[in-house]
Design a protein around this ligand. Structure first.
Ligand code: AMP
Length: 191
């Protein structure tokens, strides 16, 4: 039986990556993180990877087409697209959301989980995890871009009745239990 097709949306530092990892293990689906894909390309030292790193270090979004191409390579009809997946960090712009609608075609998303965490909490978490691109300037820029570019996508999915808001404050286990419960409720309701 195929697993759910999911998207995790939320501010950077909201815990999308950690929760997406656990969801992937729980449902036996693939975890697709565009940030991870881009970091791997940058580490491999390819020209496009290094170009992407320059955007990432500034906290800017990498151009849409670069990210859409990377996702398209992973979401193949004979692979994750049919078997289920959890996308983390994508889509982040309206153009990416529309490309994803197109890519998923006859296998539409089951659910978009919006992990809600207040700004003060995510800033603190990001400063604590201390990744290369987690400077205060880059963090502020990413949060600004979330409000400008990604928040409108929440409305895009909400208007298509595919979005659920989940409180992202609490322990990792508590948040995971909340997410699984909304996914299972949703899937049962549709079955
Ligand atoms: P993340 O690991 O999701 O926090 O992503 C790290 C960085 O990768 C972001 O700050 C962006 O520069 C870039 N990135 C990741 N996903 C996307 C995306 N969907 N669109 C544009 N840039 C992205």
């Amino acid at each position: 039986m195929s697993g759910p097709r999911l998207v995790m949306l939320g501010r950077q530092g909201a815990g999308k990556g950690t929760q997406a990892d656990r969801l992937a293990a729980h449902y036996g689906i693939e975890h697709l993180s565009t940030g991870e894909m881009l970091r791997q390309q940058a580490d491999a030292g390819s020209r496009s990877g290094l170009e992407a790193k320059a955007y990432m270090d500034r906290g800017e979004l990498v151009p849409d087409q670069v990210v859409i191409d990377a996702v398209e390579e992973c979401l193949q009809p004979g692979g994750s697209l049919a078997d289920g997946f959890v996308l983390d960090g994508f889509p982040r712009t309206r153009e990416q959301a529309e490309a994803l609608e197109h890519l998923t075609g006859d296998e539409p998303l089951d659910l978009v989980v919006h992990l809600e965490v207040p700004t003060e909490v995510v800033v603190q978490r990001m400063l604590e995890r201390g990744r290369d691109d987690d400077t205060r300037e880059a963090i502020e820029r990413r949060l600004q871009l979330f409000d400008e570019e990604t928040a409108p996508i929440i409305d895009f999915y909400r208007s298509r009745s595919r979005l659920v808001d989940v409180d992202g404050v609490g322990s990792m286990d508590e948040i995971f239990a909340r997410i699984v419960s909304v996914i299972d409720d949703h899937i049962t309701a549709r079955a």
